[in-house]
Design a protein. Structure first.
Length: 195
């Protein structure tokens, strides 16, 4: 039993680092949100500091996850996925994947507004694929200003300045697959049969 506990606690540091990087948060920002010093956070992430309940509770709250998710507690038999929405840049995003690394899936919801938002293109490392579920998505991508309707998709290198918003004042829902640089979402075709 002690081996299981040690393994669970050893895995907390890498999980904390992954959560922080996925949310594009610095150690200083996390320190300000939790009241935990930057040096303690750094030691937790590197595994040189053993996590305690006093440290894990504010971290779970700051990341919007449960303690079970932080320590990777064994499943309790409930098959439901408990999504924790993240509000960022006027959008709500729901993480649909829970594993660290690899391609991450999100559902984005842009709420209705009185007037369309002003584009503010951003860049970052990675590759993204989007698929519109409902509404009309405005995608500003480099010099292109595109409107995607339900059922339409786009993929692009996120080092190209890009921005998402509603094409009008109506809400928009879309799925996003995001991978680190070089990871692309693509379909594999079956090889053609030899006749």
């Amino acid at each position: 039993m002690d081996d299981d506990l040690d393994r669970a606690l050893d895995a907390v540091g890498p999980r904390l680092r992954t959560l922080r990087q996925q949310r594009e948060t610095t150690l200083a920002d996390l320190s300000a949100a939790t009241g935990i010093s930057v040096s303690t956070l750094s030691r937790l992430e590197s595994g040189t500091r053993r996590p305690t309940l006093e440290l894990l509770l504010p971290l779970a709250k700051a990341f919007g996850v449960t303690l079970d998710e932080l320590v990777d507690a064994p499943p309790t038999g409930d098959p439901r996925v408990h999504l924790r929405p993240i509000n960022r840049h006027g959008m709500t995003l729901l993480p649909l994947t829970r594993r660290a690394g690899g391609i991450q899936a999100y559902k984005f919801v842009i709420q209705a507004s009185d007037r369309p938002a002003e584009p503010d293109p951003q860049t970052h490392e990675g590759y993204e694929w989007v698929y519109v579920l409902n509404g009309r998505l405005r995608l500003v991508l480099g010099d292109h200003d595109l409107v995607l309707s339900p059922g339409e998709a786009a993929e692009f290198d996120t080092r190209v300045p890009h921005w998402f918003g509603s094409a009008d004042t109506e809400p928009v829902e879309f799925l996003s697959l995001f991978g680190r640089q070089g990871e692309r979402a693509h379909l594999r075709a079956r090889p053609k049969r030899q006749e």
